[in-house]
Ligand binder design. Structure first.
Ligand code: AMP
Length: 912
């Protein structure tokens, strides 16, 4: 009850054991000032905690002002006279952290300035990530970092008998948890993973590469007698080809082909057989044909030589048949058909074949192919030629047939034993055609091709080209020309069509976006900074309240400028109200006072059920106070964390609807919030959410560097749109981005967006197109709305009025919230690549059309048989026109969305 209390309690020196962030847990009881007889007096309900760092215990003479303040500690529960009587102990527990520490130890000090307090216990501790083996890498005991949001990257060391696959790393969070394992070690060849160790492969087992999952039994016909084998040896007579994988059985050459049969046609032989009974365990069996020519008297054989042709080929035959042509007539041949496989050459002695003996038939001579013009007179022509390539016997004579060109039916035949003739008695100036054939004992061979003598006056000694051949060739250029013309024509037509289409698309692209005009009948927000005298602004927008109308009851939190308390406001002629009272701490600067009251100047301009309501300010007496309506459940993020999983989806959507409605009001007034986050939403006992915290925005604008700091937690990187981070483009569209993050926070009951990722990593990932994955059990429609809010192009994000009506629609039609985001497409702890239309999210055509704001066409789609997403995938622009989607903008929207879904299906979702 005495004035000017200043009582200090000091700990002894505490070593920090190498930790750079320490935690202090305080347990204390505190007397409710109201319950003291004689009124408040100088009674306080808080005390202060300080620390002083030093390397050794020299600190007995530290002055008060050398201590650094950790925090003002307020009690959640204070006790009263009654509690004493009832022997109830209302113990408070508060935890604070301090860091980064730079010396070996520190002292803690507690300052009491007039509270009735009992400090029951002080627990000082630090956090570490305990040594662990993960992905076969050992991570040591690691003391957490100095910063509360810092992740320490720790490299792991591969356990015995393992090798690095990708450098193993993990992150030690400030909470002492290991997060985000990256990379791994693999048991080296000959070892396998068991219980986080690498165990040797037993004899009879092997592991060929670190990437094989475990030791495998030796494959058939192989063995190993050693431990840690990386491969197995082949049994005798079994082999492995170099390219055979170690997991493949050892194999041997195949047995001989079976049941070979032959079919002789004059000088051609066709052979056929069936595959060997034993392929040696391989699939790569092929056949080789050896040909021998044998003397029927001596029985001696020799290799056939190069004149024999094999169809399709002599070696590497995949089929079980072959044809030999151009053999000699009347000759004995032996063909050996050998089966070979990939290991035949490793055991040449084991080759096996089946032989077939054949004798070719008598055969007529082959056609004469080379003819030369000799002397040509007005009415005679001399010709000479060579014996056919394969006479197949002794040539007895040649037959020469000739006729006047185009008069084929009246021809003349001459016979000759020589290889020259002269045909005379021919018509001068006429063209003639000649054909020659040879005769042996086996009969006539085929006629040669036609040889053309264009005109009898011509004379030369050159070889002739056969007529047919020349006319064939003369057609080639014609075909080539016509094909070329055809291709060019086709190209022109296709090019025309394509360019026409492209023109169509690019024209469509140039179509101006449908401009929406908004007509508002609301006031516009006035920036208090535009007032020369900030006090004038406060009094313009906020009522002055007399301090005597306010009863402060208890401290409920710590604001930026001082304590936040709850209490009651009784204005004359009005009901008493529960209120929250923000106080400006003593010793403030003029700027602090301006900034503190700035929030009231902003808040006072708003009047909306989802914006925290300002009752008034106290500026004429001290302490300076801002009085607002009281929100029983405090800030939304803490409230959701405390009540994890306790609400229905409709309740959560109701909260979101309220926030969106408040934001719509703010954006209609032209106010950009810049710090929309669940922590800045307050929630009352009826679960009504209200937007609050109109203070931070200025700080953000005034300090460009501040956006990039990782310390202090004041700069909401995780909540802020990329264009606002990159070039401070804060608009209602960037507020929409933040709103999307709030939706995510709400649907995940206060989870921290992007978990423990660093701010820099968040900026990078978002820039690269990654987005937060859907919260668990989140309706697809809501997640789609979040993705829409996180469109890179800020003009493509929905407006707050669209968000409100979308949420209203969902609330009116709760079955639309039944479709949850597919569990498999939810990637926990990872971000998903963003695409404006998540095809995975759509279960129905209606949902899809709604999401691209084309819901008006749902009925038409359904009536025309496009009732599933599969059917919709086939829709063409033609179809859309047929269905009556005539607006170019709408056609574009639908077709683009379909295209995106298809691309997404091809790419899949890519985890970070
Ligand atoms: P602020 O400085 O506005 O962020 O407020 C600090 C904390 O005080 C908040 O996180 C809330 O827990 C609490 N608080 C502020 N205003 C209110 C209010 N009107 N009703 C209830 N609690 C409040």
């Amino acid at each position: 009850m005495e004035q000017n209390q200043n009582n200090w309690l000091l700990t002894s020196w505490i070593s920090n054991e190498g930790a750079s962030r320490i935690f202090i847990e305080l347990k204390f009881t505190l007397r409710d000032c109201n319950s003291l007889p004689g009124g408040l007096g100088t009674c306080k309900e808080t005390f202060n905690m300080y620390y002083f760092e030093s390397d050794d215990e020299d600190g007995r003479n530290i002055k008060e002002n050398q201590y650094i303040k950790i925090d003002t500690i307020a009690a959640d529960e204070s006790f009263t006279e009654l509690d004493l009587g009832d022997r109830v102990m209302k113990l408070n527990t508060e935890v604070r952290d301090v860091g980064p520490l730079t010396k070996k130890g520190f002292y803690l000090a507690f300052q009491d300035v007039g509270a009735c307090i009992a400090l029951v216990s002080v627990r000082v501790y630090y956090k570490k990530c305990p040594s662990v083996i993960r992905n076969l890498a050992r991570f040591p005991d690691t003391i957490t970092g100095a910063d509360s949001s810092q992740l320490l990257e720790v490299s792991g060391v591969c356990v015995n008998h393992s090798v690095t696959d990708e450098a193993p790393k993990m992150h030690c969070s400030a909470e002492g948890e290991w997060l985000v394992p990256i990379g791994k070690c693999l048991c080296k060849a000959g070892y396998e993973e068991k219980n986080n160790t690498c165990q040797v492969c037993r004899p009879g087992f092997f592991k060929a590469s670190p990437h094989s999952p475990s030791c495998s039994k030796c494959p058939p016909h192989s063995y190993t007698l050693d431990e840690a084998s990386t491969s197995c040896l082949c049994e005798e007579h079994y082999f492995r080809k170099e390219s055979d994988p170690p997991t493949m059985a050892c194999t041997r050459p195949p047995s001989a082909p079976r049941s070979a049969i032959s079919n002789v046609n004059e000088t051609s032989v066709f052979l056929e057989w069936i595959p060997p009974a034993d392929t040696g365990g391989r699939k790569d069996v092929s056949y080789y044909i050896a040909c021998k020519k044998c003397n029927s008297h001596s029985g001696l054989c020799e290799a056939c030589g190069g004149h024999v042709r094999y169809l399709p080929q002599q070696t590497g035959l995949k089929n079980t048949s072959v044809m030999m042509v151009d053999l000699l007539a009347h000759t004995n041949y032996t063909f050996e058909i050998e089966a070979v496989n990939g290991v035949s050459d490793q055991n040449p002695g084991a080759r096996q074949f089946v032989s077939v003996n054949v004798t070719t038939n008598q055969a007529a001579p082959s056609p004469v192919s080379s003819v030369k013009k000799g002397k040509i007179t007005k009415n005679s022509i001399s010709l000479s030629w060579q014996e056919p390539d394969r006479p197949n016997g002794i040539i007895l004579e040649y037959e020469i047939k000739y006729f006047e060109k185009d008069q084929e039916m009246s021809y003349t035949i001459i016979k000759s034993k020589e290889t020259t003739i002269t045909a005379d008695g021919l018509k001068p100036g006429s063209a003639y055609v000649f054909q020659i054939r040879a005769r042996t004992a086996a009969g006539y061979g085929g006629f040669s091709r036609r040889f053309d003598v264009p005109c009898l006056e011509n004379s030369s000694g050159q070889e002739w080209e056969p007529v047919a051949a020349s006319s064939d060739q003369s057609q080639i250029p014609i075909i080539v020309v016509s094909v070329t013309v055809g291709v060019i024509l086709l190209a022109v037509v296709i090019g025309f069509l394509l360019s026409g289409r492209r023109c169509g698309y690019s024209k469509a692209k140039q179509d101006p976006e449908e401009e929406k005009m908004h007509f508002h009948n609301v006031r516009t927000y006035i920036d208090p900074h535009t007032y020369e005298d900030p006090n004038q602004a406060v009094h313009e927008f906020a009522k002055e309240i007399e301090a005597s109308c306010i009863t402060i009851e208890r401290v409920i939190g710590a604001g930026e400028f001082g304590e936040v308390c709850s209490g009651r406001l009784k204005l004359q002629g009005k009901r008493e109200l529960p209120v929250a009272i923000k106080t400006l701490k003593v010793g403030y600067t003029e700027k602090q006072r301006r900034d503190f009251l700035g929030e009231a100047s902003i808040m006072g301009q708003f009047d909306h059920p989802n914006i925290i309501h300002l009752e008034g300010v106290v500026t004429k007496s001290k302490p300076v106070m801002i009085v607002t309506e009281y929100m029983e459940n405090g800030s939304l993020d803490t409230f959701l964390k405390k009540n994890d999983g306790q609400f229905t989806v409709i309740q959560l959507v109701g909260m979101l609807r309220g926030i969106a409605s408040g934001m719509k009001y703010l954006s209609d007034m032209g106010y950009v919030h810049r710090d929309l986050a669940a922590r800045n939403i307050l929630i009352n006992s009826n679960l009504v959410c209200k937007v609050s915290d109109f203070g931070l925005s200025r700080v953000l604008e005034d300090d460009p560097e501040a956006a990039y700091t990782t310390r202090g937690g004041k700069i909401p990187i995780r909540w802020t749109a990329p264009e606002a981070i990159a070039f401070r483009k804060f608009t209602s569209a960037s507020d929409v981005w933040s709103y999307g993050i709030v939706m995510w926070e709400v649907m995940s009951y206060g989870e921290r967006p992007y978990w423990e990722m660093t701010n820099q990593d968040v900026i990078k990932a978002v820039e690269e197109g990654y987005r937060l994955p859907s919260p668990m059990d989140c309706p697809a429609a809501l997640y789609q709305l979040m993705l829409d809010c996180w469109q890179k192009d800020r003009n493509s994000r929905p407006k707050f009025d669209e968000i409100v009506s979308m949420l209203d629609k969902l609330i009116r039609n709760p079955s639309s919230l039944k479709t949850l985001v597919n569990a498999s497409s939810r990637v926990s702890n990872l971000l998903v690549e963003h695409s404006p239309v998540g095809s995975g999210a759509y279960r129905s055509v209606g949902e899809w059309l709604e999401a691209i704001k084309m819901g008006r066409y749902t009925e038409i789609f359904m009536e025309n048989g496009y009732s599933s997403m599969d059917a919709v995938a086939q829709v063409t622009l033609e179809d859309l026109r047929r269905l009556g989607v005539t607006l170019v903008g709408h056609q574009k929207k639908i077709m683009n969305s379909l295209q995106e879904m298809k691309v997404q299906l091809v790419n899949g979702m890519v985890p970070l």
